[in-house]
Design a protein around this ligand. Sequence first.
Ligand SMILES: C[S@@+](CC[C@H](N)C(=O)[O-])C[C@H]1O[C@@H](n2cnc3c(N)ncnc32)[C@H](O)[C@@H]1O
Length: 247
Amino acid sequence: MKKSYWIKRKGKKGEIIWREGRAQGLEGAKGRIGDISKQIEEILKKKKKIKILEIGAGFGRALLELKRNFKDKVEVFGTNFESEWNQKLTKEYALDQQFSNNEIPKIYSRIDAGKKLQFKNNSFDFVFCQATMQYISDRALFIEEVNGILTKQGIVVLELQEYRSDHPKEYENLIEIWNDGKRIDFLKYLKKFKNIQVKKSKGRDWHYLILKKTSNLRLGLKLVHVIELENDIYSGWWGKKLIYVKK
Ligand SMILES: C[S@@+](CC[C@H](N)C(=O)[O-])C[C@H]1O[C@@H](n2cnc3c(N)ncnc32)[C@H](O)[C@@H]1O
């Protein structure tokens, strides 16, 4: 059965308590995917105004903070999968958190990043994704698609997965690649691509990717099985485990 998540609650003094796991912001991002502001500053050395996209933006807190910090140098956009995590909710969150109207990102809801992305090629200069990739079904396709929507000087930073220490061992590797009956390590496989850097998340047991635009990225992987951990196996877990074979 699909879990439904609370979004906001009323606190003792009548204040709104927003769901923390959907509002990690730039501080939360630092431990997971590094200091993304530095990556943005690098792109801004080459281009005066840039477009930023967060896949799985939650309330849009990181985007709001980026807009506040970089002002007119950036335009900010975000996506969410669920219809209720929409523009209206982001606006309510932003205004409650003392952001102004012109800092609010454009939010596209109902975006399933496991399918072909609905954005034009070469349209974003910086794309990032934190605490989201474990929900995406075809992550190899997602990495290829996100490369496609990047501009020439573009950079993508993607947190690969997350888990807690009380999750079972099987949960610690949410992507398996098989070739002729042999298992290939996913991170080692990715390291073969010159435009992809694999980095360790700080103080965490998982990794993130920094990807630079390349003309036509093909990872050569075919998705053969998706295991829905939370819905099919146990409600205390989350995300999907994916099995790929080498094409
Ligand atoms: C835990 S929240 C993370 C929110 C925000 N990035 C943060 O760190 O605060 C997970 C996000 O994954 C998104 N998501 C879930 N399934 C998805 C899918 N299939 N494709 C794209 N995004 C998805 C949700 O809409 C949500 O924004």
